[in-house]
Design a protein around this ligand. Structure first.
Ligand SMILES: Cc1cc2nc3c(=O)[nH]c(=O)nc-3n(C[C@H](O)[C@H](O)[C@H](O)COP(=O)(O)O)c2cc1C
Length: 192
């Protein structure tokens, strides 16, 4: 069975990115995938300390909840990332997880090891929510970081659902078209 993981980056439970991610995960489940949601705010993940310890064997020297996430990222066929926009970028919780993937960078570019057995490529997309009503570059930073994260993870960036004009918790419930788009994207994620 194909595996899809949803990485939830907001500290706000039941907020906009949470609701959209849940719809995307339901969509993926409706296509027959085995789904799992990773709630970063419930985990203990220290920031990368740039010690270069991972350059030796491709494993991070810090022992915390990232250990399980490394295996989940490798096992995944699909990765859905959801984050609010904070100061024009991703949430700190999500960025901390991403920075710890420097261990994958080391595996790939220093040790020349594949990320997944037989070079399997996963697929993924980004869901981002922001209060501002559009505007140039609102999502640019987030998209660039997720593209780079997926690149290092041998994961094809299949697109994004960028939702502006969402400030209060749960505001997205009034935007039925966005909920439907999240579901549909999740459902189609692993389509050939
Ligand atoms: C620390 C912080 C920084 C924020 N920075 C921005 C920003 O730069 N641009 C913006 O449009 N909204 C910003 N917002 C608003 C959130 O992106 C918005 O409310 C979003 O819908 C929250 O998603 P959530 O409900 O999933 O947490 C910020 C909110 C917080 C708490």
């Amino acid at each position: 069975m194909k595996k899809v993981i949803g990485i939830f980056g907001s500290p706000r439970a039941h907020g906009n990115s949470d609701i959209l991610l849940n719809h995307a995960i339901q969509g993926a489940a409706s296509s027959g995938a085995d789904t799992e949601k990773i709630i970063i705010r419930d985990l203990h993940i220290a920031p990368c300390n740039s010690c270069s310890g991972c350059f030796e064997k491709g494993n991070c020297v810090i022992n915390d909840d990232m250990e399980k996430i490394y295996s989940q990222l490798v096992a995944a066929d699909g990765i859905i990332v959801a984050s609010p926009i904070y100061f024009m970028g991703l949430s700190a919780q999500l960025k901390t997880l991403i920075d710890r993937c420097q261990a994958f960078w080391a595996r790939k570019y220093i040790l020349h090891s594949p990320i997944r057995e037989s070079g399997r490529i996963a697929r993924g997309f980004l869901i981002a929510t922001a209060a501002r009503n559009g505007g140039e570059d609102l999502f640019t930073g987030a998209v660039k970081t997720i593209r780079s994260f997926f690149h290092v993870l041998d994961t094809r960036y299949t697109g994004e659902l960028l939702c502006s004009g969402l400030e209060e918790k749960g505001a997205v419930n009034k935007r039925r078209e966005l909920l439907q788009q999240a579901f549909d994207r999740g459902k189609r994620l692993l389509d050939v």
